[in-house]
Design a protein around this ligand. Structure first.
Ligand code: GLV
Length: 338
């Protein structure tokens, strides 16, 4: 069985997978046995593994990919691909690929160490605004000495949008940090210390209803929604208007959720206090985007949570072993887009 890896740094992923699957993996392929591992004989029931970087020509039985070109899937049209393993948590770019086969299970990484990076990022953003670092930066520019009252975590309610593998860990961790946390997701969830709101089914409320609920007194909105047709443009002028004055947006999720023109307008009007943004409608963010020059915005270049190779490779190796054993894999829901 050949595992074909398509990634900018494919060799790194191939090495990590060979290390983990060395009891069954052959090291032949693009590195011609350069690996230091000692491959052992495959068990009689399992096909030997060959783990190779995509050279634009070979066919693979399992495709391990990040944002591959349509040509990769076109080349595999008549080949029996067993699974497509996505090298990230978001499958949006894969589902947008016009040549993605309909009948092959797509698996994504679930957390795989990304939640912990994401949590650092979100905690930084919350501290930045809650402890007035944005105000002190402006005051420093004006040589102004004026301490603000300390706002404690329990006085700073936050909303976490999207309660998947990453969102739910972040929501629970922030609740443990003392923040009143309101989770929002499509379907109902139960999480430790978190008030969970959902959109569909009994008791469902829209995002605008939840974010505009004055009784919650939200100070920050943290977006971890996946990019799907249902989440596109959901953070728009209407929602910004519904939020309490002076709330902030922290977005390490997907840029497609935010109408950037509406965000700029809400910041300029002073409706929103500020934003910490890692993701954008189009990446890299265009040089002429007004967001670059918005004094209340902090921009990072989709760097909040790069996929940690070791944890991700562990998860991929588990899935590859399951495929070798002939287990039926449950992939993502194409209908829901995650
Ligand atoms: C990164 O954006 C990911 O989806 O893992």
């Amino acid at each position: 069985m050949r595992i074909l890896v398509h990634h900018e740094r494919a060799e790194r992923w191939c090495d990590a997978l060979r290390q983990r699957l060395c009891d069954t993996a052959s090291t032949k392929g693009s590195r011609q046995g350069e690996s230091s591992e000692q491959p052992s004989e495959p068990s009689s029931k399992q096909a030997p593994l060959e783990i190779v970087a995509d050279d634009g020509e070979m066919l693979g039985d399992v495709l391990v990919v990040w944002a591959p070109p349509a040509a990769l899937f076109e080349r595999h049209r008549d080949h029996d691909v067993k699974a497509i393993l996505n090298l990230g948590a978001g499958v949006d770019s894969l589902l947008d690929n016009p040549a993605l086969p309909d009948d092959v299970p797509v698996l994504k990484l679930s957390d795989a160490g990304m939640a912990s990076h994401m949590l650092d990022y979100v905690r930084y953003g919350l501290l930045h605004f809650r402890r007035d670092f944005d105000r002190y930066a402006r005051q420093q520019a004006d040589t102004q000495w004026a301490p603000h009252r300390v706002v404690r975590a329990h006085q700073y309610p936050v909303a976490v949008l999207g309660l998947g593998a990453i969102g739910s860990q972040i929501a629970e961790s922030l609740a443990a940090d003392g923040y009143p946390v309101h989770g929002f997701s499509r379907s109902a969830h139960t999480l430790q210390g978190v008030t969970c709101h959902h959109e569909t089914g009994e008791g469902g409320r829209s995002l605008k209803q939840v974010l505009g609920d004055e009784s919650l007194g939200l100070k920050a909105v943290i977006n971890l929604l996946p990019n799907t047709p249902a989440t596109r443009d959901v953070l728009n002028a209407e929602v910004f208007q519904a939020l309490p004055d002076d709330a902030v947006l922290i977005n390490p999720g997907r840029g497609s959720s935010v109408v950037e023109e509406d965000l700029v307008a809400a910041l300029e009007e002073g409706k929103l206090r500020g934003a910490l943004l890692d993701v954008f409608q189009h990446e890299p963010l265009a040089e002429d985007s007004p967001l670059w020059h918005q004094p209340r915005v902090i921009i990072t270049p989709h760097a909040a949570a790069p996929t940690p190779v070791a944890e991700a490779a562990d998860q991929l190796a588990d899935n590859i072993r399951r495929i070798q054993r002939g287990e039926v894999l449950t992939g993502i829901s194409r209908e829901h887009g995650y």
